[in-house]
Design a protein around this ligand. Structure first.
Ligand SMILES: [Zn+2]
Length: 348
């Protein structure tokens, strides 16, 4: 694979030794780095949306091995205690998290973490375990990947139409091309897009059966946290909505209902939340206040950053999202450049 520009720069930094030197400088004011993973699968085996695949099992192993050598890795409870008492981190510290509660987290990622004794938190959107179904992006990707149609005429949300030639365009590329204009749209617009795709692709989706295949079961979730305090489960909302689009009472329902279901199903206290999507436009100050009122001790977002005690917002803990194309070198460069940016006082 030809490395991208960012990867190329990251490799250059590594070769010159600059990356290691910058890391050592950053270690003088250590913080908490939180990593986000989604699915860990072999992409050719993935019948759904490839953008939510974070790693193959092999690349996951190599990132985890690096995380283990680079960071101190306390459990979630130790981290929460430390944040709540505002104590500074004495060493570079990290937490591994997973969003969405897919089955591969249980079958593939958890055994790799367990073998190495690495703590992790799994954020679950409870509706998808209560009554399994596919998220809309996976449903759309599934239809496009299975279709025998030769082309699709897609009407964008702004009503402009474009053609996707399924005979010449690789399917993963076609999926991305079709989905891109809809990623930040309302659920009504997305429903229209799905109906249109269903008609054009001629693929029927057994939502329940595919959803059961995609997500972990409650038995698996219980087994995950059963034996030790190494793994914890948190809420990822009930129906994985964009919370910022909801009224205060609907947000309350999403956050309280998912917590209630998790605590009932797992017979454990659930203390943390990851906002679905997690970008700065996906939750609001009101969301943060509701999360605190509902009883969460902390909430994670998806804005990149290192959590330093003085600047830590307990209801917007920052995370680094790990995508398929992110090598260990690129992750190191992203973290280091974020650290430099923050310590230069030009924090966003
Ligand atoms: Zn999610």
């Amino acid at each position: 694979m030809v490395p991208g520009k960012r990867e190329f720069l990251a490799r250059a930094l590594k070769i010159t030794g600059a990356l290691a030197a910058l890391e050592r400088a950053g270690d003088r004011r250590p913080g908490l780095v939180v990593f986000t993973f989604h699915r860990v699968v072999e992409p050719p085996l993935n019948p759904f949306y490839d953008r939510v695949v974070s790693a193959t099992p092999a690349s996951f192993r190599s990132r985890i091995d690096w995380i283990k050598t680079r960071f101190n890795l306390p459990t979630l409870h130790q981290i929460l205690d430390q944040i709540e008492t505002n104590r500074p981190w004495t060493k570079p510290t990290a937490l591994v998290t997973f969003d969405d509660g897919t089955r591969d987290n249980f079958t593939t990622a958890a055994p790799i973490l367990a073998e190495r004794g690495i703590p992790a938190v799994f954020f679950i959107p409870t509706l998808y375990l209560e009554s399994p179904r596919l998220p809309w992006w996976d449903k759309a990707a599934y239809m496009i990947k299975q279709s025998r149609a030769s082309r699709l005429a897609i009407t964008r949300p702004d009503q402009a139409t474009f053609m996707v030639n399924l005979e010449t365009m690789p399917r993963d590329h076609a999926v991305q091309t079709v989905l891109e204009p809809f990623l930040d749209q309302s659920i009504d617009t997305i429903e229209t897009c799905l109906r249109d795709l269903r008609r054009q692709t001629q693929v029927s989706v057994d939502d329940g059966a595919l959803g059961r295949e995609l997500f972990m079961t409650w038995d698996q979730a219980r087994e995950l946290i059963g034996g030790s305090s190494q793994f914890a489960i948190g809420s990822h909302g009930h129906s994985h909505p964009r919370l910022a689009d909801l009224s205060a009472s609907d947000q309350w329902r999403e956050l309280a209902e998912s917590r209630r279901i998790l605590e009932q199903r797992l017979a454990r206290q659930v203390t943390v939340l990851a906002y679905p999507f997690g970008g700065s436009r996906d939750y609001t100050e009101e969301t943060k206040a509701i999360a605190a009122d509902v009883g969460y001790r902390a909430a994670f977002c998806s804005t990149e950053g290192i959590n330093h005690p003085a600047a830590t917002d307990r209801f917007a803990l920052r995370r680094f999202n790990c995508g398929q194309g992110d090598s260990v070198t690129l992750l190191r460069a992203r973290i280091t450049s974020r650290d430099l940016w923050e310590s230069s006082g030009t924090k966003r």
